[in-house]
Each structure stands twice: as structure tokens, then as C-alpha cells.
Design a protein around this ligand. Structure first.
Ligand code: GAF
Length: 441
């Protein structure tokens, strides 16, 4: 089909209707409803959610849908329209007893879905890191459900398809269980924690909660200034269209995986740096409204501690680089949030901060790949105000702040650059800051 190719806007109503019909054919009864939850982009604050930093995500318009009907025998069954592994064609129906869901027990995509039921019970019981027990989330022993999921979020593109899956299942289960279709923010926060617990313990990816929070707590047209110390969310305008700009994503289609140890080792190194500095998490090493000077001071303090013999876990050079990334990223988030809080944001400054964020992800966090770096360069060469990798890296997507009238030309020139490098053709999406997950049918 040639390059550039655009990922079509999702027709959520049509997908929900079709999913309901397929559910009925598969399970022999109609679903009680269909729930949808979006993936996210993140303007700044990569690899600092688990360190208590500020992240700036927004939910985009691509959602994962879950059709669901209740059962009363404690059994959870699920089908995915994206489960295309032909070798298990006859075994695509995944099934478990809710009471048997446990760390290490469930493989593949079903871990993300089933893990949510486990996470809800954990948050309900107060066993989670969620600050308060939320007893209403308890699923009774006989609770079960039939599920069918369908994703419009590109999978493995760094746009949070995993969180979209978890969060749409969470909204479905919560609604089947409580009758509540539009949970308040306190319950959305608790459900986001249940989804994090699913990912951390059942899937085994030690991620930090950015994605689930964006999926469940975003507002249309806005991004979240998310303080990951306590997951307090402030909503700020994030629609650059009045300035003639748009958010463009380039999905590099370079393979992307988080559960393979790289993500986890970055997190370990951040924790090792915090231990040297004597703080519980890196955010605590900086003042309330951190500046570049504050970041430099903490880095010098770290160097002084290390050269005077402070014990350091892991590779010293890696730990120092992760520290520098974390501190400067925390400052960049605050600076972008300051701009977007103002009535007249300086978008070219925002763009420069995005580029600095990417450079830090490349040089200090070391999570980019040649396709990501080339996509950023090509976007900038073609007139974008800024561009950076979005999410966990190691493949996935770049988000660019681009002149709205020029996206076709910009995409064409990224295609040209990818062809010159001999990379696979990328895909393009325009991302619209969109509302959080909700019932759609
Ligand atoms: C992934 C993780 F899931 C998030 O928690 C976050 O750390 C992100 O990578 C990097 O900012 O999406």
C-alpha cells in the first residue's frame, strides 16, 4: 500500500456492535455490555513513574473493547479477537477459576485480563500498595464472567495496548459486580492500582502505573500532570490545535517488549541510585518545584558520595546515567507542565523539551533503538517542533509536535528516511487527547 500509511480512526460504536454479535455467537448469549479503555501517549516523564516523578500522559482515541456477561460459578473465560496463534486455534478460549489466579500461573494475553480480577481482590483487601483498602472491589466467591476483547490500539507500538486491555476488563468486571458504569475518581484510582498489580505480579512486568492511570483517569482535550508520589492527577490543556499544531505518532514497527528484563534493570538502577542518595525514591532527592540547577546539585552530591566510597548496587556507570536521566526528566516534566498551565503556551519551548527528553532516553536511559532515533531526526528535519520516544522504548513509537497542515509531507519524509536506512515502513497516527475508559454499549 506504500508509505505513508495511516492507522484509521477507530469506529468504536461499530466495533462494539460487532463485538457484541461475535460474543453472542461464541457464548450463546448476549453480553451485558461493552466497555472500552484507551491507550496513552506521554509527553514527558518516562521511566520516572516508579521513582515518584511527574509524568504528562494523555489517553488517545484508540481503545480496547471488552464485552462481558456475568457468571455465578467463580469461572472466568475469555476470548480475544487478536489471539491469532493458529497453533492453538482450537484452544483459543482461555479459562480459569477466579480463586486460582496467582502469580506465575497464567501465560500470554490472558494474564493481563485475569490478573485484573486478582488485582481487584488485592486492592479490596488492602494488600496492595494502594493507600486504602477499597472493600467494594471484592469479587464474591461465586463471581465469574465471560469476556471477549478486541483491540484498536496497535499492539506492541508503545502506545499502551497492555494497559488498555487491563483497564477495559477492569471497567467491565467492576460494572458487572457493582452496577457502576462510570466509577468516580476514587474508584478509578483503585481500579488503576488493581491493573498495576495485575501487570506487576500476574504478568511479571515491573511497570510503574503511568499507563493505567492515563487509561482510567484522562479527560478529553487534556493531559494529566500526574504526581506519581501519590498518583494525584491535575488535568491541563493539551490540545495544540489552536496553535495550528497536532500530535503525530510514528509507529516504527521495531519490535517492542517490556517483560524481557531491560525495563526491570532500568528500574533496579534507579532504585540503586536512590539507595546511594539515602532517599526512598528518586523524586525525594529534589525539591518541590525542581530546576535544572537542583538536578545538577543532586548529581554532584551523588558523585561525591560514590567517590567517598558509598556502597552502590550494580554497574556504577549505568546507575549514574539512569540517575541523570531521572533527575533531568523530572525537571523537564515540570517545565512542560508550567507551559501548559499558562494561557499562552510556548510551543516551541515544549518542542525543544521533547527533543531533550528523547536525547536523555537515548544517551542516559539507553532505551532507544536506531529506528526511534531516526524517526525523531526525520520529524525534526521535516519541520516538527519536537519529537521523542513514547513509553518504554526498545522499539515502539515516537510522538511529534507537528504543524497540522503539514503532516502528510512530514510523514512522507519520514518514509523516505526509513527507506534510506533500510528500515521497515513505519505507520502513522494522529493522536487526540481523549476521555478515559467508559461503557460504550
Ligand atoms: C512503560 C511502563 F508501563 C510505564 O509504567 C512507564 O514506566 C513507561 O514504560 C516509561 O515511562 O509504559
Amino acid at each position: 500500500a506504500g508509505c505513508p500509511q495511516w492507522v484509521p480512526q477507530p469506529d468504536v460504536a461499530a466495533r462494539a456492535r460487532e463485538l457484541g454479535e461475535r460474543f453472542e455467537r461464541a457464548y450463546g448469549r448476549a453480553p451485558a455490555g461493552v466497555w472500552a479503555a484507551p491507550g496513552r501517549a506521554n509527553l514527558m516523564g518516562e521511566y520516572i513513574d516508579f521513582s515518584g516523578g511527574m509524568c504528562l500522559p494523555f489517553a488517545h482515541q484508540y481503545v480496547t473493547l471488552t464485552a462481558a456477561a456475568p457468571r455465578t460459578d467463580g469461572v472466568l473465560r475469555a476470548l480475544s479477537l487478536q489471539d491469532a496463534d493458529e497453533s492453538v486455534a482450537d484452544h483459543r478460549l482461555r479459562e480459569t477459576r477466579v480463586a486460582q489466579i496467582a502469580p506465575g500461573g497464567i501465560s500470554g494475553w490472558f494474564g493481563y485480563a485475569a490478573g485484573v480480577a486478582w488485582g481487584m481482590n488485592r486492592v479490596a483487601a488492602g494488600a496492595s500498595a494502594h493507600p486504602v483498602a477499597v472493600p467494594e472491589l471484592t469479587l464474591p466467591a461465586e463471581f465469574g464472567a465471560d469476556l471477549m476483547v478486541d483491540s484498536t490500539v496497535p499492539i506492541g507500538a508503545g502506545l499502551a495496548s497492555s494497559a488498555a486491555l487491563e483497564c477495559s476488563v477492569a471497567l467491565a468486571l467492576h460494572s458487572l459486580h457493582t452496577g457502576e458504569d462510570d466509577p468516580d475518581d476514587a474508584h478509578r484510582r483503585a481500579l488503576a492500582r488493581a491493573c498495576m498489580d495485575a501487570e506487576n505480579y500476574i504478568v511479571g512486568a515491573n511497570t510503574g502505573g503511568l499507563d493505567q492511570t492515563a487509561s482510567l483517569r484522562s479527560h478529553a482535550g487534556e493531559m494529566i500532570a500526574l504526581d506519581c508520589r501519590d498518583f494525584d492527577a491535575t488535568h491541563l490543556p493539551a490540545d495544540p490545535s489552536a496553535a495550528g499544531l497536532t500530535w503525530l505518532a510514528v509507529d516504527t514497527r521495531a519490535p517492542h517488549r517490556l517483560a524481557d528484563g531491560q525495563y526491570s534493570s532500568r528500574r533496579d538502577e534507579c532504585e540503586a541510585a536512590a539507595a546511594v542518595l539515602g532517599v526512598a525514591r528518586l523524586r525525594d532527592a529534589l525539591p518541590e518545584h525542581p530546576t535544572e540547577d537542583d538536578a545538577a546539585t543532586v548529581l554532584e552530591h551523588f558523585d561525591a558520595l560514590v567517590s567517598s566510597g558509598a556502597a552502590l548496587r550494580g554497574n556504577p556507570e549505568g546507575v549514574r546515567l539512569r540517575l541523570r536521566h531521572s533527575l533531568t526528566e523530572m525537571v523537564r516534566s515540570v517545565r512542560i507542565a508550567d507551559q501548559l498551565s499558562s494561557p499562552d503556551p510556548d510551543w516551541s519551548l515544549v518542542g525543544r523539551l521533547l527533543v531533550a527528553g528523547h536525547e536523555s532516553m537515548r544517551r542516559d536511559c539507553q532505551v532507544t533503538v536506531p529506528e526511534l532515533d531516526a524517526a525523531v531526526t526525520a520529524c525534526l528535519d521535516a519541520g516538527a517542533l519536537g519529537a521523542k520516544v513514547v513509553g518504554g522504548g526498545f522499539g515502539g513509537s515516537v510522538i511529534a509536535l507537528a504543524p497540522a497542515d503539514d503532516v502528510e509531507a512530514l510523514a512522507a519524509s519520514v518514509c523516505g528516511s526509513f527507506a534510506e536506512h533500510g528500515f521497515r515502513d513505519p505507520l502513522f497516527l494522529t493522536l487526540i487527547p481523549s476521555p478515559a475508559g467508559r461503557r460504550v454499549r
